[in-house]
Write a protein of this length. Sequence first.
Length: 295
Amino acid sequence: MAKLDWNDIKVFLALFRGRSVRAAAAELGMSHSTVSRHLTDLETSLGAVLFTRSRDGLLATATAEQIVAKAELIEGNVVDLQREADSLDTTLTGQVRVTSPPLLSQYMLMPHLAAFTRKYPGIEIVLHSSFAIDDLMKGAADVAFRSQFDPDDNLVGRRLPDFVDRAYASPSFIAQHSFDANQTDATWIGRGLIDPSNNWVKNGPFPDAEVRHQIPDMLDQAQAAKEGLGMVVLPCFFADRLEGLIRIPRTGPVSSRPGWVLTHPDLRSSVRVMTFVRFLVAEMTKQESMIVGNI
């Protein structure tokens, strides 16, 4: 005998109560053909006819009368299970271990982490600032926030808005230099060991501009640019909020990377972790304009 499917049982109960395919389809939000298919599948699994047609609608057979009580018992158990799962929203406890690049955690995630813990006070956040994706694969983290093009196929990912980068400098630095089409007498601040060849300059608005100084850390880059050391390329969600930095006039986006919230496949059954992921994705999606730089 084939295994029973809850969806088939749900259709059976709707037919038993409504006495017509039309009524069952309306109750379940299914098409007539889908209802009929589920009924056929159940009758095949049971090896018995459950309904006969009459001028008054569907008539339950003796078999249907015999199994309806057990079907309703299954229905009750499913409802109880759903209710218990829903109640977990207010009783979730334990840790969620999060890894994120430092700039993202400091300038975007913190308010959302605070809002999440206010809603779910039983959950403790453990945050580790890191660029390493193997935190998830090694079991050192439950959730990773990353901006990259090709996440590991072995991970489960939820998309965030694309993280967009633009060119910035201090107002006084911009006033002291000329910016004409793709030409400028201004200089870039280098990224040091992150990209010693300075290939990123080619993608910027001034590919022929000189690179002076080498400062790998983005927080330091921003501070250096505020002090007039040169131009920098920074994420919009970060740089647009800083006093003392503005976008270089008449320049557009320099680059963008897909944003991701990543988890290990084994954690898909963790209500605690997936509740956290859904909450953060929803909140960060609300800030898409800031992330992509549409201000």
